[in-house]
Design a protein around this ligand. Structure first.
Ligand code: X90
Length: 276
């Protein structure tokens, strides 16, 4: 029985050890340039090019075909997507799943809507792996992962909401107040999978203490933490240090955002996925 995990590229995960894995790429378009969010993308070069680009830029979710390709020929596929409240990725993955099961009787696909993105998806991918390696059945994995998504959260600190606003994902009035005079916005993925702005702060120090305070208010007790940053490793490390002061054994991993999250989180943005 060959089992595979798939995720769209907003998870920031390209390869995953110990289990068969594939990423379905989103795309970023700016003028005549198209950036495919796969292993060949030079993220630094993309972020520089986007900042220099003055015209419109947009994103596109993986097509049904992209999802089909990610499934390969697996007997069982477990997938996770970016929030369906802000992207068509989940819908497109569901259509692919139906088609795949119709064309391959006996094969099974389960796709979960993360109602989030980035490092919260990373936690879900890790949970799939853990349950697969435990030898749980398809039905058990479905059930347990659905439960697990209720116990994971996403917080972010963003220094600009410009690309989110330009693409109609947040209100322009909110975006206008962020980025000026070092103002960052701290927010979360809410229960409906929408972006919820919670606080505006000035300076990295205050942003960090707000982030940690929000984690605690949301029920963080020292569970797993995954941090993704857009060229801001130092802030990610400071957050990890602050968490470890209270929870010395906390399992924390830090990575760099890939294309999609870099586009929307923008330079210096950080995303924090954690268990509650
Ligand atoms: O289908 C597409 O074109 C993709 C659209 C994605 C839009 C939102 C991406 C957000 C990326 C920014 C901060 C985290 C927000 C979390 C809200 C649920 C990361």
């Amino acid at each position: 029985m060959n089992i595979k995990i798939v995720a769209d590229s907003s998870s920031n995960i390209l390869t995953f050890d110990g289990v068969s894995f594939a990423s379905a790429p989103l795309k970023i378009n700016a003028g005549d340039k198209e950036f495919v969010d796969d292993q060949n993308l030079d993220v630094r070069n993309m972020v520089d090019a986007l900042e220099a680009h003055k015209g419109k830029s947009t994103t596109a979710c993986p097509s049904v075909n992209d999802w089909m390709e990610s499934f390969g020929n697996a007997d069982i596929v477990y997938g996770v997507t970016i929030t369906s409240a802000l992207s068509g990725s989940y819908n497109s993955a569901q259509v692919a799943a139906e088609q795949y099961m119709q064309e391959n009787p006996g094969k099974k696909v389960f796709i979960v809507d993360s109602l989030s993105t980035g490092p919260e998806m990373e936690l879900i991918i890790e949970k799939f792996k853990e349950l697969i390696l435990k030898g749980l059945s398809f039905e058990e994995v479905k059930e347990k992962v659905t439960q697990y998504t209720k116990k994971t959260c996403l917080l972010f600190s963003l220094a600009s909401l410009s690309n989110l606003a330009k693409n109609g994902r947040v209100h322009p009035a909110l975006a206008a107040a962020v980025g000026l005079l070092g103002i960052s916005v701290i927010g979360r993925a809410d229960e409906e999978g929408k972006l919820d702005s919670m606080h505006k702060t000035r300076g990295e120090k205050r942003a960090l203490s707000r982030l940690f305070a929000c984690m605690n208010e949301m029920g963080f007790k020292g569970g797993k933490v995954r941090v993704s940053h857009c060229f801001n490793e130092s802030m990610a490390k400071k957050l990890a240090d602050a968490i470890r002061l209270i929870h010395p054994a906390c399992d924390i991993l830090i990575n760099q955002t890939r294309g999609l999250c870099s586009f929307y989180a923008e330079r210096n943005g950080i995303l924090v996925g954690f268990e509650v």
